[in-house]
Structures are given as C-alpha cells and as structure tokens.
Design a protein around this ligand. Structure first.
Ligand SMILES: *[C@@H]1O[C@H](CO)[C@@H](O)[C@H](O)[C@H]1NC(C)=O
Ligand SMILES: *[C@@H]1O[C@H](CO)[C@@H](O)[C@H](O)[C@H]1NC(C)=O
Length: 733
C-alpha cells in the first residue's frame, strides 16, 4: 500500500520535474567573478586566475585565456591580501591578512602542502607594475627602458578605467586585461603588434543589494483597448459596426500584404502563432517578459531580460542603494539611497531609462525603507526615527494603515492616520537572552477557495483573517526556540509553540507565510543533528463543514472574530536549508510550492501538500482520507528528489545576502524563480504542471482540417435535411 502511494506521488510529480532538455533553455545563470582584485597568468593551463572577494572569503576563478570563458570557480576560506604565481607556473601563493601564505596547485586549484614556499621571495601580482608603459586615451605603449622609445603598442578602448593585469617581454609580446568605465573587462594579447587574442567579459559589477522586476507592457493590448473605446464613443450602433469592420478589414489587408498575398503563408503564421507575426508576442501577453533590475554595492544599476539573462541596460548611479521600487501605473523606477537621496527614472520605454527627478528627504541615514502604496514609503532611519514619506504625484487618501516592523529585539505595530502621521500602537519586546531570528507576514493574495476539500467531500474551512504575522525567537544559549503567531493590528498573540531540541543558532532559520499556513525551518542537534521543517496550518475549526466566520455579513478586515484552530507537523529534511520562499501564482489556483536554496548551492522545491500538517500514519488513514487530493501517509523524512533540483548541474555562488524570490506571470501555472546575490539565477517552475499551455505536439493542423471538414459537410447536408423536414411535414398533415 505504502509503495503504491509513493508510486502515485512520484508519478504525479515526475511529470513536473524539469528535464535535461529543458535545463539551460528555460533558465539562466550569471556566474559572476566579482570585482577583479588580482589576476595571475597560468600559461601551462592556458588560463588566467582571477581573484575577487565574496563575503569574507576569496573567490578564485579560472578563465580560458583564449576566449574568456569561465573554466571553474573555487572558494578559499579566508580573504586574500596578496597573490603571486611561482616562476614554475604550476603553483600559486595566496597571502591572507594575517600574513599566512598558502600554496595552491594551478591545474587543480587545490591547496597543496608538498610544496615548500618558505624561502620564496614574495612578488605581488595584484598591482600590475606599469614601468616603462605609457597609457594614453586610445593606446597603451610599451617603451624601451633606456631610450624611452615605443617598442610595442596596444590599441585600447577609450573607456579604459584600470589595468588589472599586464605582462610583456619588452620585445614582442604584450598582454593586458583592463576594466572599462562601462563595467566590462577587456583582455588583449598581442605578438609583434598583431592581435592574437581579444575578448570582453561582462560580469556583474559587485554584489546585488537591491532588486525589482519590471513588466514589459503589451503595446498591442493598448491599441485594442483604444479601438474599443472609440467604438463605445459612437452614438449610432451602425457607425460603430462600420468602424469595427473597416479596422478589421484594414488589419486583414495588412497581414495579407505582409505575407505577399499568399494565403498559405497567412495560414502558417496562424498555426505557428510566432511571436513576430502577431503584435507583441506571447511572452509579453503571458507576462513572461520582464526585466530584472538590480543595484549593486559598486553603485551600478543593471537590467536583465528575465527570460534569457541578456543585459538590457546599465548605468552608474553613484548611490548606495537601499531600495529599488517600480511603480507600474506611472512607469517609474525609484532608486532610494542610504543617505536619504533618491532618483526617479521614467521607464515609458523600458529599454532606455530617463532620469526624471533627483532629490532627497530629511532625517539622516536610512536604515531601511519599504513601499506602502505606490507613492508612500515607510522609512526607518539609523537614528531610530520612523517616518512615512510621500514622493511625487498626488497624495492618495490612505485611510488608516497598519504597519508592523521588527528588528532583532522585538516587533512593533504602528498606525498611519489619514494625514500621514505615524503613531506606535503596540510593541512586543523580547528578553535580553532572546533574539528575533525570522519573521514572515501574510501577504495580500487572491484566495481561490475558502476551504480544504477532504476525501469524503466535506470541507475544512481555512482561517483567512488577513492581518497575521509569524516570527521565530531564539535563545541560543539554551538552544530553545519559540514560534509565535500574532495579529498585526492589535499585536495579540494568537498561537505559540516551542522547540527545545538544541536549536543551532549558527544555522539558518527561515519562515515563510502562505495563505492559511506557515512553514519554518531550523537545524537542531537533538535527537540527532538534523534539518527540520515544520508546518503550521490555521483553520476556522478542525471539524469538517463547520464554519465559524459569517458567510453573509461583510466583515471588517481589522476585526478578528475568533482565534484560529491549529494543526502542526514536523519533518526531517536531508539538507541544510539556507533560504526559503513560497511560489507565487496570479490567481492562487496553482498549488503552492516551497522553494528552497540549499547549503550545497542548489535550489529545489516541494509542493506544500507534501509538507501538509494533516498527514497521518498510514494505519490511521481512513479510506475516505486517502481519496483527498495528494493525500499521503505521514513519513518523518522528506526525501530530496533529484527531479526537483531546478539548478541541475549548475553550482550557484550566492553569498550571504542573496535573496530567493518568486514572481507570478499571467500564466497561472508558471512562476518565475530567481536567486539574486553574488550570482544571478532565474528559472521557471510549474508547481501543478503546465495545465494552461498547449503542448508543442498539439495538432493544430488536424483540428483546423476537422473544422473545415465539418463546415463542408454541413454545407452539403443542409439541403437534404431541409428536404427531409419538409417531407415529414407533408406526411403528417
Ligand atoms: C580555451 O578555448 C579554446 C578555444 O575555444 C580551446 O581550444 C581550449 O581547449 C580552451 N582551453 C581550456 C583550458 O579549456
Ligand atoms: C592600432 O591603431 C592604428 C591606427 O589607428 C592602426 O594602424 C593599427 O593597425 C592598430 N593596431 C592593431 C594591432 O590593431
């Protein structure tokens, strides 16, 4: 029985896994080498070894010297202050900030202890010495030591910023790698003034500290809505009809003209529905076309196409960005910086941002800022002050808004009144021994059903009160953790549970909040050191078909009439979970998935049903219970299924401050998932399968032929049917 269950859900899920053919097609990975600090040459391997920092570690990247392609990357546990390639070029040395020198093998990149480097004289390779070299706007000249006459010359880009690697023999060979002011790295290698090798790498400039998504808007829908508006404006129905016929006739003629008056071509276009043939193309219509805009710690803002990772635009903003915010209604990108200044860019043309406003607000350095409504932001200053600010446009009538924020010492409730004044309403302060380690609040999302349908067709009503938040506090001395659920309007504690199993405070602790449930993860040492995943589900009542909230009366979202009834279940998970997020769907119909970034640098996802808090052991499951959608008996360990590793063989290097995000598309089945940090990785997942997409082998041709066949059949059969009817009438009378 158990086996058949397993087989069932394996089958149900295998279908959704991403297969190798799809990998590298629907996803992309920007493997960043960071800011090049040192570059070593390894001629034996035909490689350049590039050093950069990530968190407090050193990233060692091997790049093919011929074409600039990344060969492999490795992390070295401490930060490097200097580096050097040994003359044999088989080993290189890294020196950390304590002056400790470690030896590495240049072909494998692994540390070796067999080589004794104690009496090597350290010659730094990190600051290329440009002795007898003259750099001008367009060229780099290598001069003869004595006469100072030009021996060799490299034509360099006029955007040259810094030379990060330089090597020459002062007679025939010169190699140079430099950064440019527009964020690229250019490598040139010349022999006897002939270009041998040349390539450009466009790495991410620094680590991402803020990001946002921009929807590319479908221009063709605009035309259609304008046409409909014109039609509505006509007084006379007949005129409106003529207008519609003429515009459509014009459109048809245009299509015919474009395809050279060949009916065949028009039909092929129809069948292929290819993106160029019809207006904006399906990607725009389906909301898959988006730009991912990121701000990095090196004061750069860059935009990537979410579909393929191509860089769309980039500019230096010179700001230490704390928030990027995109307002769809006004097509504006707002860039807020640490010192309270902000810039607004006009994105009417998403492909070329135009600076519109540049100004600032008072209050000193900003700690954090979050968007409340399109033009209102909640700002926390480093001084501890908090404020609601309005930027641009008309001030919308806010009404009362409740804001909850938190830091490691507590959770705080505020209210913003109609005039935009902020007042603290409640406060939860933690004990000195405790620390708030994770926080998640319920988001405003569409709810498709009020209840969970059980196997016997009865319903468990979900607890859908919107103003909820859950947080985790940890006493790391005792290894004890509390998980609390609160009402964010009143600050009242609705539910609490604790774990006393030697929770590891150094391991990541995450919490995510879905529609009527939350899931948290932590690592604990007892009974065995293991990663734990706990689900808490909130219902109106635990009795089937019993509804507590009033279905008829419209209730005030600020007034909670009752507390939730809670079920919880805990699971083991085979890998340490670094970060979690919940998949987003446009209409909330698709099953939710918990997306997880693992310690191993992989990303995987689990259907929420697998983590259901209502799973019980098989012996306790009734026949009816087994009929429920995706019902499974309780098994304490959730296996890691390779099919659900959405990163495949890729190895992500995300850094400490990366963010795992999910964005909805217009296709209910499809969710875009991005992990954004040192690297950027984006892919699409289909938590319930691609139910709203026609399969590529759908036979449009046969369908069309059948329809045409039926029409012809009707045409011929109609006279005989009429005749038969007539005859029948004659016979009856
Ligand atoms: C570097 O690229 C060249 C050309 O694509 C290739 O022939 C060579 O094998 C590559 N080198 C390494 C070390 O992969
Ligand atoms: C550098 O530029 C000069 C003049 O613009 C040109 O004559 C020369 O061939 C160039 N050298 C290389 C290696 O491209």
């Amino acid at each position: 029985m158990l086996l058949s269950f397993l087989a069932f859900w394996l089958r149900a899920f295998l279908v959704n896994g991403v297969f190798v053919e799809e990998a590298f097609e629907t996803d992309w990975h920007l493997e960043s080498l960071g800011h090049y600090e040192c570059v070593l040459e390894s001629p034996e391997q035909g490689a350049l070894i590039i050093l950069s920092s990530i968190d407090s570690k050193t990233l060692v990247s091997f790049v093919n010297e011929t074409n600039g392609q990344l060969l492999h990357r490795q992390l070295w546990g401490s930060k490097t202050s200097d580096a050097m390639m040994l003359p044999d070029s088989n080993h290189y040395l890294l020196r950390d900030y304590d002056g400790k020198i470690s030896v590495f093998d240049s072909s494998s990149g692994l540390q070796t202890t067999t080589y004794d480097a104690s009496n090597v004289e350290f010659v730094s390779a990190c600051d290329p010495k440009l002795t007898d070299v003259k750099v001008t706007t367009h060229s780099l000249q290598v001069l003869e030591a004595e006469s100072k006459l030009e021996v060799l010359r490299v034509n360099v880009s006029s955007t040259l910023d810094t030379v990060v690697f330089f090597s020459t023999d002062y007679s025939s060979i010169v190699k140079v790698l430099y950064s440019t002011t527009d964020g690229k790295y250019v490598y040139q290698s010349l022999k006897n003034n002939e270009m041998l090798k040349e390539w450009i790498r466009e790495d991410l400039n620094g680590e991402v500290i803020a990001h946002t998504f921009i929807n590319l808007i479908d221009g063709s829908l605009q035309t259609i809505s304008e046409e409909l508006a014109t039609e509505d404006a006509f007084q006379n129905v007949w005129e409106a009809y003529v207008f519609r016929v003429t515009t459509n006739w014009g459109r048809l003629r245009e299509t015919l003209r474009e395809s050279g008056y060949s009916i065949g071509k028009v039909l092929t276009k129809l069948m292929k529905l290819d993106s160029d043939a019809f207006g904006a193309g399906p990607d725009v219509v389906f909301g898959l076309a988006k730009l991912l805009v990121v701000a990095t710690d090196r004061f750069v803002i860059e935009a990537f196409d979410v579909q393929n990772g191509k860089k769309v635009w980039r500019f230096d903003c010179g700001l230490k960005v704390v928030l990027l915010d995109y307002a769809e209604e006004s097509n504006e990108l707002r860039v807020f910086s640490k010192d309270g200044s902000y810039e607004i860019y006009d994105l009417s043309d998403a492909y070329s941002p135009q600076l519109k406003t540049q100004t600032s607000f008072d209050g000193g350095n900003v700690k954090s800022i979050s968007s409340l409504k399109s033009n209102e932001f909640f700002v926390e200053f480093e001084s501890g002050e908090e404020q609601v600010i309005f930027i641009g446009g008309d001030r919308e009538k806010l009404g009362d808004t409740f804001i909850t924020n938190h830091d490691s010492n507590g959770v705080y409730g505020h209210i913003v009144n109609k005039d935009g004044l902020l007042k603290e309403t409640w406060k939860i302060e933690l004990l000195d021994s405790e620390e708030l380690v994770a926080f998640a609040s319920r988001h405003e999302e569409p709810t498709a059903t009020l209840g969970q349908t059980l196997g016997d067709r009865s319903v468990l009503y979900k607890y859908l009160y919107p103003n909820l938040a859950a947080y985790v506090t940890l006493n790391s001395q005792k290894g004890k953790m509390f998980v609390n659920l609160i009402d964010t309007v009143t600050g009242e504690l609705l539910y609490s549970q604790s774990h006393d199993d030697k929770v590891d405070g150094d391991a990541p602790i995450n919490i995510v909040f879905g529609e009527y449930w939350f899931v948290y993860s932590y690592f604990s040492a007892e009974p065995i050191p293991e990663q734990k995943l706990v689900t808490v589900e909130l219902y109106e009542s635990l009795e089937a078909n019993k509804r507590v909230s009033n279905a008829v009366r419209k209730s005030n979202v600020l007034m909670r009439s009752h507390k939730p009834k809670v079920i919880s279940a805990a699971y083991f998970f085979p890998e340490v979970i670094r970060r979690m997020t919940v998949s987003k769907g446009k209409f909330g119909i698709t099953s939710k998935a918990i997306i997880m970034e693992l310690e191993s640098g992989q990303i995987t996802y689990l259907a929420k049903e697998i983590l259901s808090a209502r799973r019980v052991e098989e012996s306790k499951m009734t026949d009816d219970a087994k009929k429920e959608f995706m019902a499974m008996p309780y098994i304490s360990t959730i296996p890691l299924n390779d099919q659900f590793i959405i990163t495949h063989s890729r190895n992500l290097l995300m850094g400490q401050n990366s963010q795992l995000v999910s964005v909805a598309t217009n296709l209910e089945s499809t969710t875009i998932v991005c992990d954004i940090g040192h690297d950027i990785f984006c892919t699409k997942i289909y938590p319930s399968g691609q139910f709203d997409i026609m399969s590529p082998d759908f036979e449009k041709g046969k369908l069309l032929a059948t329809i045409i066949g039926l029409v012809i059949l009707c045409y011929f059969l109609r006279p005989s049917v009429e005749a038969a009817k007539l005859k029948k009438l004659w016979l009856v009378r």
